[in-house]
Design a protein around this ligand. Structure first.
Ligand code: AMP
Ligand code: GLY
Length: 428
């Protein structure tokens, strides 16, 4: 089969790495890819959001399967346009991608189909939103309806914070159109969990659990990022919780979306809050998490390619997934200054040697090769140093051993990725 992966981050490197190892994969392309992806796929210079150019390329090369990594092209309708061109696309339609593209849509679907989530109200008027916030009191959560590059959510501990968030979104235009509507919701306490499942619109094939670290500094402090590291499995996800997540938060969503005439095909990323009442949905994303995908791919034993094809062809119930028993953990190396401004084009050395161990794989998230052959950092999140181990503690030790072999003066990473799981393992 000829396969095209769309995207350029660590997630797409992990997907390419997994797909390239499939005996069914004859040719692998990635648009636009990065320096690490170039080792396993042919990179083509088309941006992920350039939907028409991707469709034209897929037609020209007679691609058998397009795997869409990020949410932006999904929300723009890439899967629909590929379907119109009779090209198999892994990823939901634009209508189904509204689950991530509109918080209000997602909350309404949960309410309609009885899926547990925080109580909420939607507002297109700032004064009404503020009146509601005053009535409810803090802590409270304010979310822009639309996509705001992960920055549209304010978990407000005080009333002032919440009222300011409404002003920023609705009056000051800080998030552009994304903030024209806001969702105000109940604050949920508990431990967060990410759970992933494939769907063909009808059946559900659970993957595995993972947990990421969004805050930029050790101890989960500092501003939020796309994710500074992740590990799988997440110990908070006991077999009982997993079954509750599938029965209460995933299957009813898939059934509901089908009833709405918006069948969900692709991978569903369910963000959850776990407390003594069980799981409640924080959010749905219509794609793999990044860097959660990297640890899932490290643990996956099965051939990924036929599973993705089965999801596209509505025969997901004919396949299964096998996993390594081992845990996996990834440490994100980022450019100093991220998630604020940072220097670009800095030189990184010794990446290959650092990844020489069989149980270590270094996925590239933001790299390019300079003319002189040197490896350069081109983004905020740059490398994902990923390792397997019998425990999260062992995987963590192996990952940091590899991190310490990499020479990159302008880079940094958190030193405590996986701390919750490591603490739990020490208590045993
Ligand atoms: P979201 O983009 O909806 O996932 O929100 C980003 C982050 O904000 C989540 O990962 C949670 O840590 C936090 N968050 C969102 N909604 C809530 C809520 N209702 N209660 C507590 N924390 C929340
Ligand atoms: N790591 C969280 C996300 O991909 O949204």
């Amino acid at each position: 089969m000829k396969v095209l992966v769309v995207g350029s981050g660590g997630r797409e490197h992990a997907l390419c790495w997994s797909l390239a190892s499939s005996p069914l994969c004859d040719k692998l392309y990635c648009a636009p890819g990065n320096a690490g992806i170039a080792d396993v796929a042919e990179c083509v210079a088309i941006k992920a959001e350039d939907v028409d150019a991707i469709v034209a390329f897929a037609k020209d090369k007679s691609i058998d399967l397009v795997v869409i990594g990020p949410e932006a092209p999904l929300v723009l309708g890439l899967a629909d346009k590929l379907a119109d061109a009779n090209i198999r696309a892994f990823g939901p339609s634009a209508a189904a991608a509204e689950l991530e593209g509109s918080k209000g849509f997602m909350k309404d679907i949960c309410a309609k189909y009885g899926i547990p989530t925080a109580a909420y109200a939607r507002f297109t008027n700032a004064e009404s939103a503020k009146a509601y916030i005053r009535e409810q009191g803090a802590p409270i959560v304010v979310k822009t309806d639309g996509l705001a590059a992960g920055k549209g959510v304010t978990v407000a501990q005080t009333l002032d914070e919440a009222l300011n968030a409404v002003d920023d979104a609705m009056l000051n235009g800080v998030f552009g159109d994304a903030g024209a509507e806001v969702v105000v919701e109940e604050f949920m306490a508990g431990e967060e969990l990410s759970f992933f499942a494939f769907s063909d619109g009808k059946s559900v094939l659970p993957l595995a659990s993972a947990q990421d670290h969004k805050a930029v500094y050790d101890g989960d402090k500092g501003p939020n990022t796309g994710g500074m590291g992740a590990y799988s499995p997440a110990p908070v996800c006991t077999p009982e919780i997993e079954q509750q997540v599938i029965d209460r938060c995933i299957q009813p969503l898939i059934d509901g979306m089908a009833k709405e005439g918006k069948p969900y095909r692709g991978v569903l990323f369910c963000g959850l809050m776990i407390d003594e009442t069980g799981p409640r949905v924080v959010e749905y994303n219509v794609r793999f998490g990044d860097p959660e995908c990297q640890v899932l791919m490290m643990r996956l034993k099965s051939d990924l390619l036929p599973v993705l094809v089965a999801a596209c062809d509505d025969v997901l119930d004919t396949v299964d997934l096998r996993w390594h028993d081992q845990a996996a953990l990834t440490v994100v190396m980022a450019a100093k200054g991220y998630p604020g401004s940072y220097e670009k084009n800095t030189v990184i050395e010794n990446v290959e040697a650092a990844g020489a161990d069989d149980d270590v794989t270094i996925f590239h998230a933001g790299t390019a090769r300079a003319d002189d052959g040197s490896l350069r950092a081109t983004g905020g999140r740059v490398l994902n140093v990923t390792a397997r181990g019998d425990t999260v503690t062992a995987a963590q030790a192996r990952a940091y051993e590899a991190v310490d072999k990499i020479s990159w003066e302008q880079g940094f990473c958190r030193r405590d990725i996986g701390w919750r799981a490591v603490e739990r393992e020490q208590q045993k």
